[in-house]
Ligand binder design. Structure first.
Ligand code: HEC
Length: 163
């Protein structure tokens, strides 16, 4: 019995170390309070035919705060601009209607040229499910967001705001 207790305590210690390693050491984005009341930019539905269905299948909504809406208009996103990529599971009722299911996560971009200088003036972050505090990304994952987004022509933003 004692041996098992020791083993599980050991596993616990490893988990704690892993969690510490996974946390971002650099500056982190703010939680986007109230983003569901911001401007809805667009929605995409990732269906079962997608190779990434298991990880990110479902509804992908994008929201923009007022500064970000100005950025879509001018092509240059001002300080304080925030964008949210809201990923929800899809639920098929078998009768032809697909509805939103539980939230998988939200991805966030926040413009602050000084704070996020190392990632091109944009901060990148993720919050798990409906949590405002669980941040699953480490610095390497954040760097990967930046590497891809830096290729977007309009100030690292891919999507467009339709009229
Ligand atoms: C391989 C490229 C790639 C990577 C890596 C990537 N994204 Fe994106 N991201 C995109 C594309 C493409 C879109 C536009 C999707 C659309 O228009 O429906 C997008 C959209 C977004 C948006 C909405 C603003 C915009 O640019 O349209 C946010 C916020 C966002 N991503 C955050 C993140 C975060 C945070 C990460 C890292 C966890 C990340 N992205 C990783 C390609 C990428």
């Amino acid at each position: 019995m004692r041996k098992i207790a020791c083993a599980s305590a050991g596993a616990g210690a490893v988990l704690v170390a892993w969690a510490a390693l996974a946390a971002a050491a650099g500056p982190v984005v703010d939680y986007p309070q109230g983003y569901r009341a911001w401007t809805h930019v667009k929605t995409a539905l990732v269906g079962p035919a997608s190779p990434s269905f298991k990880q990110v299948g479902g509804f992908h909504h994008i929201y923009a705060n007022p500064q970000a809406v100005e950025g879509y208009r001018t092509g240059k996103f001002p300080q304080g601009a925030m964008l949210v990529f809201d990923v929800l599971q899809a639920q098929d009722d078998g009768k032809g209607t697909t509805s939103e299911g539980p939230r998988r996560h939200i991805d966030v971009m926040q413009k602050d040229s000084a704070k996020f200088a190392v990632t091109g003036g944009w901060g990148y972050g993720e919050f798990r499910g409906d949590s405002q505090t669980e941040r699953p990304l480490d610095d390497k994952a954040i760097q990967a967001c930046h590497t891809c987004h830096a290729t977007a022509k309009a100030d690292s933003v891919f999507s467009k705001l339709r009229k």
